[in-house]
Design a protein. Structure first.
Length: 349
């Protein structure tokens, strides 16, 4: 049936904002170094992280171990969202000023506007509210335990840990390279800003993140893009009130602006991911229809752990994603691969 358009209303979308700072990079570094299972997938080699840890004090290593056990990097990110901080001392002073219940409420993950009262009640010690938040978050691998930790830990000890782990990491890792790191973040942030006038919000998000397709949601009015270097090639996604957050990997040209022969990491990852017979078979199968891990295992007659490994590499390259327990190929990413290669070959002309 044909439809006669009798409305002038455009489809609603979100607004995109960009923020970057060394404080974000510091918190993301703590998140990266304490995610041991993922370290080998990061751009910097495992040896880099081994040497870095070996250079840290015993006290700092203890705080990082505590951060890994309780995922307190999440608390740092939650706190950084509260306002724009001019410097590390400003951020640390803000943490110190917070009342215990306010600190805990901010550190708890955002689970939806309708659950904000439960968030405050849980922070004040209400056990039923705590359990409700855990039930709401049971789809996340670490949120339930993290919620329990935040609600039950001594706020003075939590403050001390957050202040010391952030200051220790910042002074040891960030400050020695502060000028270079800030230059990279600034170049990338400004490059994304320059594209805002030429792209729709959805196109900008997909371009900045290297392939994340994020469609508008009813309760989300803003997408916050924050460039990061340390977690390349991964995007880190988060939620705050009315906002979706993407800590996206800076482009290679932001790191090496004078090197026209430097390909973007995403281009390298895509070609590496496709340079394997099994992964090409997986992409072919997924191009036909979305499939579960078990279906792919049965079709290819290969062990589930091996298939899962190949899927992880395809997902890291943003060629495949998963929804409702089924993997699917990102057709647009495949279709634009030839153009991305052509753009690289013309780079610097």
């Amino acid at each position: 049936m044909d439809i006669i358009q009798a409305t002038g209303r455009k489809r609603e979308t979100y607004q995109v904002q960009l923020e970057y700072s060394l404080l974000w990079e510091g918190a993301m570094g703590i998140a990266a170094v304490t995610n041991t299972p993922l370290l080998h997938t990061l751009e910097k080699p495992t040896e880099h992280w081994r040497k870095l840890k070996a250079s840290l004090s015993e006290d700092m290593l203890g705080h990082l171990a505590f951060a890994e056990k309780h995922n307190t990097w999440k608390a740092l990110l939650q706190l950084l969202h509260q306002q724009t901080f001019a410097s590390l001392p400003d951020f640390l002073a803000y943490i110190e000023r917070l009342a215990p219940e306010e600190l805990k409420s901010i550190c708890l993950p955002y689970l939806g506007k309708e659950h904000q009262d439960s968030r405050k009640q849980a922070a004040s010690g209400d056990r039923k509210a705590l359990q409700k938040l855990q039930e709401l978050a049971n789809g996340n691998p670490f949120f339930p335990a993290y919620i329990d930790f935040i609600c039950t830990t001594d706020p003075a000890e939590l403050k001390r840990h957050l202040v010391e782990v952030m200051s220790g990491w910042y002074e040891t890792v960030i400050e020695p390279e502060a000028e270079q790191l800030l230059a990279v973040l600034t170049r990338d942030g400004e490059a994304k800003r320059s594209m805002q006038q030429r792209m729709t919000p959805e196109e900008l998000v997909e371009w900045a993140t290297g392939g994340v397709t994020y469609s508008p949601e009813p309760s989300v009015h803003r997408v916050l893009l924050i460039p990061q270097i340390v977690y390349r090639p991964w995007n880190i996604e988060a939620d705050i009130e009315e906002t979706k957050v993407f800590h996206y990997p800076v482009a290679s040209e932001s790191i090496h602006p004078a090197d026209k022969y430097m390909p973007d990491t995403s281009l390298v990852l895509k070609h590496k991911a496709l340079g394997d017979e099994i992964r090409l078979r997986i992409v072919k199968l997924l191009s036909e229809e979305d499939r579960s891990l078990q279906d792919l295992t049965d079709r290819l007659n290969i062990g589930k752990s091996t298939i899962h490994h190949h899927l992880k590499l395809l997902r890291a390259a943003r060629l495949v994603d998963i929804r409702d327990a089924k993997y699917r190929v990102k057709t647009k990413a495949i279709d634009t691969l030839a153009q991305e290669l052509a753009d690289y070959l013309r780079q610097g002309e």
